[in-house]
Design a binder for this molecule. Structure first.
Ligand code: ADP
Ligand code: G3P
Length: 499
């Protein structure tokens, strides 16, 4: 049978990946390229959209070539992407007017403080499910309109298009024919009403965003246009889009309320499915769109932590005390205990549930006996404690919303979870099972499922759920008093770094 493969594009913060999946969800070809980072000023992070486009094309061709399949055998393309990162481009040339402003970029923190002072917070919370923070696209887009010469007037004349990375790639893949996004990416802009599923006019006015720059918002699975046949040698339909954390939620088959996944890459993002209910968080988590299929929205609560694997990168590249990330496992395991040493990786402030942009990192509890292993172990432990802070907030929110069943076991993925010690410590600290799936490329898999469902390559959500396979389950095993002592130490360390 022809057309039995699905090509997933996973355009992430630090790399662009393409993975070709077969009907059984098996990987048959991959391509990957590191993405160049730009740090023009302290706290600013940019990507060149032309790099994003060139790398994406290259990795797609690499994956197709590696699989040895013809482009005519590919039924659909699915796109998943680093979320919030903001691109503004000219409609007639397709050229970006500026580098993309990356989700980590803090240049609009002051604007956010002003917006809060103007009393916008309640509307943002109630309509978009978000907190007012520089993390989201809205103030980044406003910054571009205000700082790129001529941008505001061009936008007001309908000459510019805004999009998150998915929209920009879609525009380029379709030769400038389609300006659209999906509901999950729209839900991260701080401009989109996730209950009404429309752009919010009051927020657009408050941020002075002309509606003509906005993409059309579609379901995650369905028609987004056709990739120009010149690009891959065949006209391949683009049938799925979702932000990367939502795609991982789908790849982890978290389709029932209470099911959760946590992805440990550069940062850590935990999402719990709350079904068709918008659950407003009382604990400073985000409410977000998990997916929208056939016009029906499924919601999630999300906890976003800015530094997870990035702490390990810092040990390697900043401190130079390890040579590779893999070494951390043995170093941590060789210590019987953290011996009172904690690392709070608030390098760029603290994300959920603290949202403290002015907190800064610290290593606490050092003695003359502390060595490299203590610091390494403290960095790995910090990932588990930060997850516990999210789990506690989620549990409280779900109980307050009287959601049946509560929070179940946690499905994990991302580059860090190859580390067995991390997974075991996570189970110990959370005091709940941690499940690692057989396919850890859950983000790309989720995008492939969305596109493949629309193409008929995959039958249904229950079929997708049935295909999820456990590789290893980590059971909690720490004595309660030991766990309490460790967690109390973490809480004290966080109090000491708060601004
Ligand atoms: N064995 C390991 N132990 C701990 N951390 C690891 C290990 N291997 C990789 N990492 C961390 O995982 C991260 C890479 O994960 P990945 O999912 O590729 O990130 P991203 O998609 O955010 O670029 C890096 O920050 C790296 O330090
Ligand atoms: O590209 P990642 O995997 O670091 O994910 C980035 C998130 O989508 C930011 O919200």
């Amino acid at each position: 049978m022809s057309r039995q493969y699905v090509l997933a594009i996973d355009q992430g913060t630090t790399s662009s990946r393409a993975i070709l999946f077969d009907r059984e969800g098996r990987i048959v070809g991959t391509g990957q390229k590191e993405l160049r980072q730009h740090f023009p000023k302290d706290g600013w992070v940019e990507h060149d959209p032309e790099d994003i486009w060139r790398d994406t094309l290259a990795v797609c061709r690499q994956a197709i070539h590696a699989a040895g399949v013809a482009a005519t055998d590919i039924a659909a393309i699915g796109i998943t992407n680093q979320r919030e990162t903001t691109v503004l481009w000219e409609r007639d040339t397709g050229s970006p007017v500026h580098n993309a402003i990356v989700w980590q970029d803090r240049r609009t923190a002051e604007t956010c403080r002003e917006l809060v002072a103007d009393g916008i917070e309640e509307r943002v919370r109630g309509r978009t499910g978000l907190v007012v923070d520089a993390y989201f696209s809205g103030t980044k887009l406003a910054w571009l309109l205000d700082h790129v010469p001529g941008a505001r007037s061009a936008a007001e004349h309908g000459a510019l298009a805004f999009g998150t990375v998915d929209s920009f790639l879609l525009w380029r893949l379709t030769g400038g024919r389609v300006h659209a996004t999906d509901a999950t990416n729209a839900s991260r802009t701080m401009l989109f009403d996730i209950v009404e599923q429309t752009w919010d006019e009051e927020l657009l006015r408050a941020l002075r965003i002309p509606p003509s720059v906005l993409p059309e918002v579609r379901d995650c699975s369905g028609s987004f246009g056709i990739a120009d046949p010149e690009l891959f040698g065949a006209a391949i339909p683009i049938l799925g889009i979702a932000g990367d954390q939502q795609a991982a939620t789908i790849g982890q088959a978290c389709f029932l309320p209470g099911m959760s996944k946590s992805t440990y890459g550069t940062g850590c993002f935990m999402l719990v499915n709350t079904g068709e209910r918008f659950v407003a968080s009382r604990n400073r988590l985000l409410t977000t769109v998990a997916y929208r299929l056939d016009g029906r929205t499924t919601y999630a609560l999300e906890g976003s932590i800015f530094v997870a694997g990035a702490a390990v990168q810092w040990l390697r590249d900043g401190l130079g005390i390890i040579r590779s990330a893999a070494e951390t496992e043995e170093l941590a395991r060789d210590l019987p205990d953290n011996e009172g040493v904690y690392l709070v990786p608030a390098f760029t402030g603290l994300g959920a549930p603290h949202w403290d942009p002015d907190a800064r990192g610290a290593i606490l509890g050092l003695t003359r006996d502390s060595g490299v292993a203590h610091i390494v172990r403290a960095a790995l432990e910090s990932v588990a404690y930060q997850t516990l802070d999210l789990v506690d907030a989620m549990t409280a929110d779900m109980a307050a919303a009287t959601l049946d069943g509560g929070l179940g076991g946690l499905r994990v993925d991302g580059g860090m979870v190859v580390n067995d010690w991390v997974c075991q410590f996570l189970a110990d600290i959370l005091n709940r099972p941690v499940e690692r799936p057989a396919v850890v490329e859950t983000t790309a898999l989720g995008a492939a499922y969305l596109a493949g469902l629309a193409a008929g390559v995959y039958a249904s959500l229950p079929a997708v759920a049935g295909a999820w396979r456990l590789e290893r389950r980590f059971e909690p095993g720490l004595a309660p008093e030991q766990r309490e002592r460790l967690v109390a130490g973490w809480r004290q360390a966080v109090r000491r770094v708060r601004s």
